[in-house]
Design a protein around this ligand. Structure first.
Ligand SMILES: [Zn+2]
Length: 71
């Protein structure tokens, strides 16, 4: 079975490459690194609008002031 390394697009063979579908262990580790990096970025609460985590956020969600000023 032939494939292409998802990292460097090198043609790989399942019978020749032990790290199939990656051409080498280096590319496999790099792929895992990409996943880890992406996961890290996603878990980073930079652009998160909704508060999913029970941690106390610095900005208050429910303000005690009534919202009838624009009425
Ligand atoms: Zn590769």
């Amino acid at each position: 079975m032939q494939h292409r390394c998802p990292i460097c697009k090198t043609p790989t063979d399942s019978q020749m490459h032990g790290d199939f579908p990656f051409c080498s262990e280096r590319c496999r580790m790099r792929d895992l690194g990409n996943w880890a990096t992406e996961k890290y970025v996603v878990s980073e609460p930079v652009f998160s609008e909704d508060d999913d985590e029970p941690d106390d956020s610095p900005e208050p969600k429910d303000s005690p002031e009534p919202h009838d000023r624009d009425h």
